[in-house]
Design a protein around this ligand. Structure first.
Ligand code: ZN
Length: 170
């Protein structure tokens, strides 16, 4: 019988702190994001740190497991919403309008707090900004490998995020 490292048998469940390497492609096979050559992603399972579709796919997995998952927008970044696309007068940007270009990202101040938006069009008198997530409406093709699984501390569970390497340092 081969000796097993007990730690490697720990399965991912709610309140697991999970370390993963990942690659994200769209349905055309373009790489949109990857942890390759970077620090792995460390997240708290069940706390909404990552998209729900990926949490579901990772539930029950353990160190050394690799998964390929196709996640629909409903379990990813949602569908784009027209209400988040707004056309505002150029004057709303004040002096800053000189720096505004199509494709520029910034935080828009709204009644619900700051929302990240991208400038999608500029007309003579107006600027169109889109507050939808850049990956909304997209089918997400993930390749994920699990490199570490541990139980979260009570404090991490309470805060809803990971502390220490790869997490918050407060
Ligand atoms: Zn914290």
């Amino acid at each position: 019988m081969r000796a097993h490292n007990l730690k490697s048998l720990k399965m991912i469940k709610d309140n697991s702190v999970v370390t993963i390497h990942y690659e994200l492609k769209n349905s055309e096979g373009e790489v949109l994001d990857s942890s390759k050559g970077q620090e792995p992603l460390v997240y708290l399972q069940g706390a909404g740190n990552i998209i729900v579709g990926l949490e579901e796919e990772l539930t029950g997995k353990k160190v050394g497991d690799e998964i390929n998952a196709v996640i629909p927008p409903e379990k990813g970044y949602g569908m784009p919403v027209d209400a988040l696309i707004q056309t505002v007068p150029r004057t709303a940007f004040g002096e800053g309008i000189d720096q505004v270009t199509v494709g520029m990202r910034f935080q828009a101040e709204t009644e619900q707090g700051p929302v990240p938006v991208v400038v999608t069009a500029m007309e003579d008198d107006t600027v169109t900004v889109d507050g939808n997530h850049p990956l909304s409406g997209q089918e997400l093709h993930f390749k994920v490998s699990v490199s570490e699984v541990r139980d979260a501390s009570a404090e991490e569970v309470e805060h809803g995020h990971v502390h220490g390497p790869g997490g918050h340092d407060h």
